[in-house]
Design a protein around this ligand. Structure first.
Ligand SMILES: Nc1ncnc2c1ncn2[C@@H]1O[C@H](COP(=O)(O)OP(=O)(O)O)[C@@H](O)[C@H]1O
Ligand SMILES: [Mg+2]
Length: 409
């Protein structure tokens, strides 16, 4: 971050009323300027750190015009753009800008990888009302667990979760709801995701951040709709590009912070429902049937169930894949998933109360199908409220280190 003359330091930026000036007080359009957030400097959306103190962001005139267009026709605004185009930064700038005009603004973070509100693998909502200053670190008021840091295979929870957060922000009085998204914009998977997402949230504005024409294939899908305004926006030349490793390090740090205060908690199967890994929903195999599966798989069988055409078998230790066809025929299913419970350690969990509200995240420490018990690590202050457990498709160490994908979607 540079220190240009126009930047106002925190000492002079303080909480003066002038700094909360409405957007009409901005400099003439066409002029690039540094941006000083109103009232408080630096909303540390990222990593919970107070960033932005002494920092300044470049604001492009096209962005100012888009901000005005949204104020003229408030509603749901979706930010689209490849990774590293400054979406999250622009989201922060716009949120503060609109908030400073006295509006209630909802910010939905639908980026499950480089998350800014809540930990990665979740979508989060933070709403800002004019009577309260925007806190240095935006904590989620509502979370939804998606279970992965990338969207493929997780469209339903991602889209439904985003839709629900937008609905809730609106119901709570937000006139403008801004949705920040992942950088997945290329190909048919991206097209499907963004198309459904725009429909689900009933977007009024799309802010399309692109360097060249990267978003045009997506924009062609939605262009011409009477209810939707598309604003094509240039990318600031000051955006830092981050490597794959830097993105991973960012996620791991977010997880580390999230689990820093985690404690052990034991869950009894009888008290919880399982989702994502659809456990305890099908016909459970008896002891004798299970023993036969163990012989085929050459390992210790712990648990098996069949649900329609699919079988789920939990074992302890390595097993013989050569025998999977025998397992399929024994269970009379066409598809079987065999999981070594040792490999479940580290699985990220979404923890929900009995109304399905996401309370937070957990990590599997020990999965014990024989005693129908699950030991988890979670920072939740009140884990007795956990009534439903969603299996994520990511495995983690409590330090945040990513251990890879789990074998189911
Ligand atoms: N307008 C801007 N002025 C200065 N720096 C910016 C600006 N936009 C983004 N950056 C910097 O570039 C990096 C990536 O921006 P970010 O908003 O996280 O992009 P995205 O959300 O599209 O991945 C951040 O470190 C951010 O501080
Ligand atoms: Mg981002």
């Amino acid at each position: 971050m540079g220190n240009r003359a126009a930047a106002v330091g925190p000492s002079s930026g303080g909480s003066s009323s002038a700094s909360a000036a409405p957007t009409s007080a901005r400099p003439a359009s066409g002029e690039r300027r540094n941006y000083e957030p109103p009232r408080r400097q630096g909303v540390g959306f990222r990593g919970g750190k107070v960033r932005g103190v002494n920092s300044e962001f470049e604001i492009l005139p096209e962005w100012e015009r888009a901000a005005e267009a949204v104020l003229a026709r408030p509603g749901v605004v979706v930010l689209l753009g490849p990774s590293d185009t400054g979406k999250t930064t622009l989201a922060r700038i716009l949120t503060e800008r609109w908030w400073a005009t006295g509006r209630v603004v909802g910010l939905v973070d639908a980026d499950i990888g480089q998350a800014s509100i809540g930990p990665p693998t979740t979508v989060g909502l933070a709403s800002f009302s004019p009577d309260r200053p925007i806190p240095p670190s935006a904590r989620p008021q509502v979370l939804h667990f998606v279970g992965s840091t990338s969207p493929p295979g997780h469209f339903l929870p991602l889209i439904l979760g985003t839709q629900d957060l937008v609905r809730r922000a609106t119901a709570a009085g937000a006139e403008i709801v801004l949705v920040d998204t992942t950088g997945l914009i290329l190909g048919s998977v991206a097209a499907s995701l963004k198309w459904h997402k725009l429909k689900a949230v009933q977007a009024r504005h799309v802010l399309a951040l692109q360097r060249e024409a990267e978003l045009e294939p997506l924009l062609r899908l939605v262009e011409g709709q009477r209810t939707l305004e598309i604003h094509r926006l240039p990318v600031s030349s000051r955006v830092d590009r981050r490597s794959h490793a830097a993105r991973r390090a960012f996620r791991e740090e977010r997880f580390r912070q999230y689990f820093a205060s985690a404690k052990r908690h034991d869950l009894e199967w009888k008290n919880v429902r399982f989702t994502r890994l659809w456990l305890n929903t099908g016909r459970r195999l008896g002891r004798d049937e299970l023993a036969l599966l163990g012989v085929s798989l050459q390992t210790v069988p712990l648990y098996a169930e069949a649900l329609g055409e699919e079988g789920l078998v939990l074992v302890r230790g390595p097993f013989s894949r050569a025998a999977l066809y025998q397992v399929r025929s024994a269970l009379q299913v066409s598809d079987v998933l065999v999981i070594d419970v040792e490999q479940l350690r580290g699985t990220l969990l979404g923890l929900h109360d009995r109304d399905g509200e996401c309370l937070g995240l957990g990590i599997v420490q020990d999965f014990d199908p024989e005693n129908e018990r699950l030991r988890i690590l979670t920072p939740l202050p009140d884990p007795v409220r956990i009534a439903s457990v969603a299996f994520g498709s990511l495995r983690l160490e409590p330090t945040g280190k990513e251990l890879g994908e789990a074998p189911w979607r």
